[in-house]
Design a protein around this ligand. Structure first.
Ligand code: GDP
Ligand code: MG
Length: 296
């Protein structure tokens, strides 16, 4: 891909409380332009999830974990991601759906940044236009954004305008990452995310929060990708639930993951899943590091 002399590049952090639509927004913004998806958790301080490459610009998005009051070490580590991604951002998209009151956690983080902040009111497809004006004014008073956008990440309303504004705001800078390269690491990471997503879909209560997926093997051959994923959980009882009666649940989860992986990589996938018990992995720093969470 050719790089223009006025090339713009920068880091855009998407922050906000859980469930406001941050991931959906990132997916919509990245859309079909997605050229690499990568997690730099081990190597840099950014949690990079999506990059848009265009001859004129490169936008590096971090879709951060939702801002919450940390209750245990894993959450503390997740909040560190948020803090880092704010420190180095060229632009922050603060996303809210106006359902919950703003929390101190969010405001305090935003007070410390000195880059532009876009207030993104998401889910306008289900918000009542007459009643939200006052609420938006209230939020603007607290957040003091550079500008406010009303969008629907899901219905792709106004998201093109938002994308144009993002590009406008980015500094002139050469690309931070290769414009067309795909490495093995992000593929592994993405494979793990897809398996994790199917666990979230198929299991209830504490199971999704007690599991972590690590892709131990990712071998791409001419006609097939062989993936070996380890699902870590904390207790034997959880292992039992994950496997399910006669292995049915794990089989179902594995099949769903494989189909999604085949769609994503556009290739036949052989997926092997193993479950390992690792007591209290959430509280164990060494364990967390192995899983790629960044601890200070
Ligand atoms: P995150 O936790 O902030 O990353 O939120 P997600 O992107 O996972 O979205 C949470 C839920 O909100 C999902 O069920 C989405 O489908 C839904 N959602 C996201 N954006 C919109 C939107 O613009 N309109 C509507 N109606 N729902 C949305
Ligand atoms: Mg999310």
């Amino acid at each position: 891909m050719e790089v223009s002399s006025n090339h713009k590049a920068g880091f855009v952090s998407i922050i906000g409380k859980p469930n406001v639509g941050k991931s959906t927004l990132m997916n919509t913004l990245v859309g079909e332009k997605l050229s690499i998806v990568t997690s730099k958790a081990q190597t840099t301080r950014h949690r990079i999830m999506g990059i848009i490459n265009d001859p004129e610009y490169q936008i590096v998005y971090s879709d951060t974990p939702g801002i919450i009051k940390p209750a245990y070490e894993l959450q503390q580590s997740m909040m560190n991601f948020v803090t880092y991604s704010l420190e180095d951002a060229d632009l922050i998209l603060f996303v809210t759906d106006l359902y919950d009151p703003l929390e101190e956690e969010v405001i305090n983080k935003l007070k410390k940044v000195d880059c532009p902040v876009f207030l993104v009111i998401n889910k306008i497809d289900i918000l009542n236009p007459e009643t939200i004006d006052a609420k938006i004014a209230e939020v603007e008073e607290i957040v003091k954004p550079t500008i406010t956008y009303r969008v629907s990440a899901l219905a792709k309303q106004n998201t093109d305008d938002l994308l144009n504004a993002i590009v406008e705001t980015l500094p002139i800078h050469p690309p931070y990452y290769p414009k067309d390269e795909l490495t093995d690491k992000p593929e592994r990471f993405f494979a793990a995310e897809i398996v994790r997503e199917k666990i979230l879909l198929n299991y209830k209560k504490e199971i999704p929060y007690s599991t972590e997926v690590v892709v131990e093997e990712f071998k791409e051959k001419e006609d097939i990708i062989k993936i070996r994923a380890i699902i870590y959980c904390e207790r034997n009882s959880q292992k039992g639930i994950l496997i399910g009666h006669q292995g049915e649940m794990l089989k179902k989860t594995g099949t769903m993951a494989r189909l999604e992986l085949e769609k994503f990589f556009d290739k036949k996938v052989f997926l092997e899943t193993h479950i390992k018990v690792e007591p209290d992995w959430r509280s164990k720093a060494a364990q967390l590091r192995r899983f790629g969470y960044d601890l200070e």
